[in-house]
Design a protein around this ligand. Structure first.
Ligand SMILES: Cc1ncc(COP(=O)(O)O)c(C=O)c1O
Length: 432
């Protein structure tokens, strides 16, 4: 029988589960008390959502380009369903609709990468690909890497790799570790656009180190793909052009670099990819368990990827310019009010930290009551010093919704303590 201690009878839980439950106790409490967490969404209308009787402007969506609501992309789905049915229920090793081949080819072309392999989610990729690439070598893992990267490294460790964490974005510390470690293969694992700070890592330095020390740089750009891309003299925004991800944004090549990206954010579709050389792709087809055993993405998602790629090709840069303008409005409003955020990139992920982490429950209720939906950043989702909330902008948010958000931030600042520009603690300054 399930008890509030979990599935195990009292006294028999493995130790890690005790520790995990303890680490997540703030989240467990908030999940029960907070309308902003684990909510049931009853209806959507544009970027407005209804939860029970309350309509809220949604600033928690990762649909950065607004493709989830794009009429052309929605209309593209039924013909694919008519042709392919709802779901190709083979594992990819058995067979894949030709749509996969089209997607992988188009993604490789967009990214300017040697080849691409598509799997349902980034979580699948990290868990299965990191252990294969790391073997019994050494993984150097960024100290603020996403939990799914950390978990992929833990699986690799259980297969014989060593995992060493280096301080977030600290290229000097990373170089010392590379110089001191002689066990190959060596991998550096980091996020691309960071899911909390909204900032990019020092890509050129990381790629340079990977090449100099004969290591592989493995980058998770879940949030950057579709939003940032290669720079151009006539770019419509500092996001660059094409949305072809952090490697191209930094002007880097794929030498010693493997890129992982998600279609589940900017492209509003259940699919992810790894961009890598063809021999690695071929090896993953027999060595990465999700390719062998997992159910594939539904046809509707394959359809929305293909339709989304066509929209991106035609007008993606204009959408990104609009997304930048909207994001800038919020960042400027914060700056005018002296409210701190680690975001230095202008990308559409804006974290605001509370002066007192214990206010989080009240702050969540207040925002909910004012009709603003954000991601609550509770411990352990973020370090205790950063507890607060994350605002995510999408091209589908209206200027009226942004006006309302800014007015609510004014009220919030008058009622609760927020971390202000002059008071920003060192940890957040470093995270940028
Ligand atoms: C940086 C990062 N990596 C991986 C994931 C998980 O992606 P997926 O849902 O494709 O497993 C997320 C989800 O938010 C993320 O932010």
């Amino acid at each position: 029988m399930r008890t509030d201690r979990g599935l195990q009878p009292k006294g028999q839980e493995p130790k890690w589960l005790d520790q995990w439950q303890q680490a997540c106790s703030d989240l467990a409490r908030l999940r029960l008390s907070q309308p902003m967490l684990d909510a049931v969404i009853d209806e959507v209308a544009g970027r407005m959502i209804r939860i029970g009787d309350q309509w809220l402007a949604d600033f928690a969506s990762c649909n950065y380009l607004g493709f989830d609501l794009d009429p052309e992309i929605i209309a593209a789905v039924p013909p694919y369903l008519a042709r392919w049915g709802t779901h190709p229920s083979w594992s990819r090793l058995l067979g894949s609709p030709v749509l996969y081949e089209q997607i992988e080819e188009q993604l490789a072309h967009l990214l300017g990468a040697p080849d691409v392999l598509a799997l349902p989610t980034i979580t699948h990729i990290h868990m299965s690909v990191i252990p294969v690439l790391a073997g019994s070598g050494t993984i150097l893992l960024d100290g603020r890497a996403h939990k799914t990267l950390y978990d992929g490294c833990s699986v690799a460790r259980s297969h014989g790799a060593s995992v060493i964490r280096y301080p977030h974005d600290d290229v000097g510390a990373l170089e010392e570790l590379l110089a001191a470690s002689s066990v190959h293969p060596r991998m550096i694992c980091t996020d691309g656009v960071n899911s909390m700070t909204g900032n990019t890592p020092p890509m050129a330095e990381l790629a340079g180190l990977a090449r100099r020390y004969d290591a592989m740089l493995y980058v998770d750009d879940a949030h950057g793909f579709g939003v940032i891309g290669e720079r151009s003299v006539d770019e419509a925004s500092p996001y660059g052009t094409k949305g072809n991800s952090v490697v191209r944004h930094a002007g880097e090549s794929y030498d010693n670099v493997v890129l992982v990206g998600a279609l589940s954010k900017a492209y509003s579709s259940l699919l992810a990819f790894i961009a890598c050389p063809t021999p690695i792709k071929d090896f993953l087809k027999i060595a990465a368990p999700p390719y062998l055993y997992s159910g594939p993405s539904p046809v509707a998602s394959l359809a929305t990827v293909l339709a989304g790629l066509a929209v991106n090709d035609r007008c993606g840069d204009a959408i990104r310019a609009d997304l930048y303008r909207k994001t800038r409005r919020v960042l400027d409003a914060l700056e005018d009010r002296g409210i701190a955020t680690p975001n230095e990139s202008g990308l559409p992920i804006i974290e605001v930290a509370l002066a007192d982490a214990d206010d989080i429950d009240e702050v969540g209720r207040f925002l909910f009551s004012r009709g603003i939906y954000v991601t609550l950043a509770a411990y352990p989702l973020v370090p205790r010093s950063d507890v607060g909330f994350r605002i995510q902008m999408t091209a589908a948010n209206t200027d009226g919704e942004i006006d309302h958000l800014v007015a609510t931030l004014d009220e919030l600042r008058d009622r609760f303590g927020l971390q202000m520009l002059a008071e920003r603690p060192a940890t957040l300054a470093l995270a940028s």
